[in-house]
Design a protein around this ligand. Sequence first.
Ligand SMILES: Cc1cc2nc3c(=O)[nH]c(=O)nc-3n(C[C@H](O)[C@H](O)[C@H](O)COP(=O)(O)OP(=O)(O)OC[C@H]3O[C@@H](n4cnc5c(N)ncnc54)[C@H](O)[C@@H]3O)c2cc1C
Ligand code: SF4
Length: 503
Amino acid sequence: MVDGSTLREHIRENFDVVIVGSGAGGAVVAKELAEGGMRVALVEEGPAFAPQDHRDMAVDAIYRMYRDRGFTTTFGKPAIPIPMGRVLGGTTAINSGTCFRTPSKIFRHWNEELGLHELNEAEFQPIFDRVEREINVEPSDFAVMSRANTIFHELLQNRGTPGKPLRRNIRKCDGCGYCCYGCATGAKQSTDVSYVPKAIRAGATVYTNCTVEKFLIKGRRVHGLRGRFTDLDYANTGYTLEINAPVVVVSGGTIPTPQLLRDNGIAVENWNLGRHLTIHPTTKVYAEFDEVINGWEGTPQAYYLDLHEKDGIMFEGIFVPPDVAAMMVPFVGRRLNEFMRNYKHMAAFGLLISDISQGRVVKMPFLGTTVLYNLVPEDVEKIRKGIAFLARVFLEGGAKRVYTLLHGFSEINNAKDLERLENARVRAEDIEGAAFHPLGTCRMAKSQKHGVVDTSHRVFGWEGIYVCDGSVIPTSLGVNPQETIMAFATRFAGIVLGKKITD
Ligand SMILES: Cc1cc2nc3c(=O)[nH]c(=O)nc-3n(C[C@H](O)[C@H](O)[C@H](O)COP(=O)(O)OP(=O)(O)OC[C@H]3O[C@@H](n4cnc5c(N)ncnc54)[C@H](O)[C@@H]3O)c2cc1C
Ligand code: SF4
């Protein structure tokens, strides 16, 4: 592992393959290709941290490990924060650890309506088995779940519609509740503790604190890249990396990847580049109980309900520590004071929707990489319905009060308020939420009329350059995407090695 922040020399090397980004896509490709006998370089913009480094407050961890210090946001109606990791392990290092296989109905859609027969569900099953073994996917244990999850479980049981524990990539999780701010015990099997160490053991070289900016191009063939090393504040150290490799894999994530291609004149003629962005918009509902809940203690995302999955709504546990909550709830002054004073009595549950809205990643003068995204009315309605369902479960389950992030409905105190919410027409700009799953900006397709990469991940019209991260996922999934991305990456490594990689 080469720490670019302390390095004091230029580096020029030859490899068989160089990969940009160490998240769910890049780290998996690195490990599989290194174990397959290739000479692999993995280049990551962010720094590396050991589990014991994760001892700070959540807001400090966001500053340390999130792209744009956690302030990446979409432009549109509504503006939606869209956090991403910039650290070894990519966004897997700061995610909740929830794992889902790609749903069957999504495979059917890809096969039957998009003609992507290569994405065959049966052939993916042994790949999922392998990924789940690598990252140790197991059901969450009720014993370490946050009370916000178990209280929701009890309320659902009373209604006769129980949900299920989420499956997560963990080993001996103690329920400390800090998954999105760096797991201090190393329990969460993010790629920095699972795939990257195995890649290194198999001979891969990992460069951290190195921002890739340029591809080496001859005609329509990419044969390497250039990056600049930075210190921990992302200032140039003055030293550079140059790697020659016949295979260049871009795994920078759904927002950075299309911009990196565009900056290098790659696929700029392709109308699809940067388009078809889906993000799984989310929001949450708080409910105040008499009981002391301390919802930030215990695994925050450990339980789910897919009762409304056919309508494109999925409910999942969520809870943020008080320092983050104080910044995120849309209250100020006395109301914020009162909310935070009662925070220990709050339960919460979240929802995400399968969005049919589509956004774009563009480059704007003065602003740089910019995400444009507007929620269409059908998606607004899904969110309203989801909020109303959660509010009903909590209120009928004995909550004193329910708080939503929907303007005009911030407090639901009784059946009348609930009825008003259930019959309301809301606008996109009334919704406060966030989005954690950007996908699709270099989507895989049968032809360049519909996407940016072919079914072997090669950029249409180019040689030597491949994309393997969330950006290639052809459509919104309706479930958390890391396992799908890891499975795509495993399949892609098999294509490069010329053999199927299975369990
Ligand atoms: C708070 C949060 C919670 C989440 N929870 C879950 C969950 O529970 N389950 C789930 O399935 N998904 C979850 N996700 C989403 C999931 O983690 C991502 O979908 C997944 O990690 C994306 O993988 P990727 O390879 O596309 O990109 P990333 O994992 O984001 O990796 C991209 C990497 O590339 C690096 N990079 C970018 N540009 C350059 C460059 N020019 N040079 C060098 N390096 C570069 C970045 O720094 C980054 O490390 C969550 C996301 C967030 C933000
Ligand atoms: S709850 Fe704590 S120990 Fe468990 S995965 Fe999350 S951060 Fe790690």
